[in-house]
Design a protein around this ligand. Structure first.
Ligand SMILES: NC(=O)c1ccc[n+]([C@@H]2O[C@H](COP(=O)([O-])OP(=O)(O)OC[C@H]3O[C@@H](n4cnc5c(N)ncnc54)[C@H](OP(=O)(O)O)[C@@H]3O)[C@@H](O)[C@H]2O)c1
Length: 254
């Protein structure tokens, strides 16, 4: 009897949003390294082209799209092939204390981090672009921020809370088609987004925060490896769950 390595993504095609940098780009690399192929989605075409060149046109392709636009979400759904999995890694962050928050700020962050995730999945399911009854898998990159209450993070934390809570409803609705839905909730991972946050804070605040991570800050590959597990058949019995990846930040206390 042939024993198939369950962590392999051989034969699987995965749509990855946020593929132009950071965690999304790292997921693209990890999927291809695990035997699968990717279709990357983002706005920066030069970065997407680089990703395609690096991974090889047979393994990677891309669709340039702005996820905050309904027309672009529809375009992705029409152009993409039927896939075995989808990783939603697109996202933005904003820092602001409660008293300065305006409707526009809420709409900007919620749009990309939550509304577009829901609308893209709705279209993908409606147009039958994710394989049914074939152990397909959806991985949503949420954040450990949604488990705690960091000052000035309301815009971002609220959007990730919506994503994590919503993921369980989506998981329930898609379970009859054996499509699994799970989230990854990372702490600080060294990407452009983390640098953006660091630029908004003082050096002292960043150094203090870093010291609170027993295993230090994460790197994009830490998240990508967990995504590969969730996309693979090794996690075939797992849905409606989240994996926290924070180097021990919130569970290991002095
Ligand atoms: N880094 C961390 O510490 C950390 C921690 C927890 C969770 N996360 C989450 O991980 C995900 C990836 O973040 P990252 O750290 O890898 O940051 P990043 O390097 O800034 O990546 C963000 C990605 O989102 C895409 N994106 C943003 N707005 C978009 C839009 N309107 N349409 C299409 N794509 C859009 C960007 O592509 P374009 O600019 O090319 O469009 C980029 O590929 C985010 O959801 C973030 O919230 C990050």
């Amino acid at each position: 009897m042939e024993v198939r390595f369950p962590f392999s993504l051989e034969g699987k095609t995965i749509l990855v949003t946020g593929a132009s940098s950071g965690i999304g780009l790292s997921v693209c690399r990890a999927v291809v390294a695990s035997g699968g192929s990717v279709i990357g989605v983002a706005r920066r075409e030069d970065c997407l082209k680089e990703m395609e060149n690096e991974l090889g046109a047979g393994n990677a392709s891309y669709i340039k799209a702005d996820l905050s636009l309904d027309a672009d979400i529809e375009d992705i759904t029409l152009r993409m092939p039927e896939v075995n999995g989808l990783v939603y890694a697109a996202g933005i962050t904003r820092l602001a204390p409660l008293k300065f928050i305006k409707r526009h700020d809420l709409e900007e962050v919620m749009n990309v981090n939550y509304f577009s995730m829901v609308l893209l999945l709705a279209q993908v399911v409606r147009h039958k672009k994710i394989k049914r009854n074939a152990n397909s898998s959806v991985v949503l990159i949420s954040s450990v921020a949604q488990q705690v209450g960091t000052k000035s993070s309301l815009l971002y934390t609220g959007s990730k809370g919506a994503m994590s809570a919503g993921s369980r409803v989506i998981a329930n609705e898609l379970s009859s088609q054996k499509i699994r839905v799970n989230t990854i909730e990372p702490g600080m991972v060294q990407t452009a987004m983390a640098s953006e946050m660091e630029d908004m804070l003082s050096k002292e605040v960043v150094e203090k925060d870093m010291k609170q991570y027993p295993l230090g800050y994460g790197i994009p590959e830490d998240v990508a490896n967990a995504a590969v597990f969730l996309l693979s058949d090794a996690s075939r019995w797992m849905t409606g769950q989240s994996i926290t990846l924070d180097g021990g930040r919130y569970k290991l206390l002095d």
